[in-house]
Design a protein around this ligand. Structure first.
Ligand code: FES
Length: 107
């Protein structure tokens, strides 16, 4: 796992926002004091999830309103899809976002 640092002071107070980590656009969700980082594109039809919102523990895509569980990225019942979730941790005043090292073989 390779970890990238984002200063917490650089984040807005928005529940859902775009972050760029290692030149990759990702969706950051702040919900009930926890941080969740997901892929930026919705797996259904590529909607921009940074324009989505959070409800009852799910990230909602603004295009067709598919929902993804904040804890594991699983689509809501009946969707049969999955949103990539990245590991995060807080270290001091920074949010750390983890990428599997396999990704770096293709970049
Ligand atoms: S593009 Fe996200 S629900 Fe269709």
């Amino acid at each position: 796992m390779k970890w990238f640092t984002i200063p917490l002071s650089s984040l807005s107070s928005a529940d859902v926002q775009l972050i760029v980590v290692n030149s990759k656009k990702l969706t950051l969700v702040q919900h009930q004091g926890n941080y969740h980082v997901f892929a930026n594109k919705c797996p259904h039809a590529g909607g921009d999830l940074t324009n989505g919102w959070c409800t009852e523990g799910f990230l909602v895509c603004p295009i067709h309103r598919y929902q993804y569980n904040l804890e594991n990225g699983r689509g809501a019942i009946g969707q049969g899809d999955y949103l990539r979730k990245y590991p995060v941790k807080i270290v001091g005043e920074n949010l750390m976002v983890g990428f599997k090292k396999l990704w770096f073989k293709f970049w």
